[in-house]
Design a protein around this ligand. Sequence first.
Ligand SMILES: [Zn+2]
Length: 141
Amino acid sequence: MGRADYLRLGDWNTVCFQCGFKAKASTLVRNWQGYYVHPEHNEPRQTQDFVRGVPDNQIAPWVQPFPAAIYTYQNVQLGQGDGVNRFYQLGCGLYAVTVTQVEVGGVPTIAYTADSTGGITLTTAPAPYTIVTASGKETMA
Ligand SMILES: [Zn+2]
């Protein structure tokens, strides 16, 4: 006969989750893990279980973009005519370029079209060895 082998109305037999001995359910307590154990080996949860890491926020408090670099071109030599090619490039071709003037052989011309990135297409191909220059502004942003 064990210590739980008796009748108590409304109670029942079970085993302690810690020691495995038979016990009346009313004599056990629920521990922090949710298991029922004898009161003598019920322990509070280790407080170090509640330690949480400090967030390591490495984002800078504020940032800002680089200012746009603006290049001004004044009669920059783009190339020499070969009698065939009509396309010349002012600037690197990656950023916005405003072409203000194109000269062929030192003479300003309006016979060209310019795209938004500095590509210049002359209406007619310059004669061989004729120097093509252009002026304008390039905004690198
Ligand atoms: Zn026990």
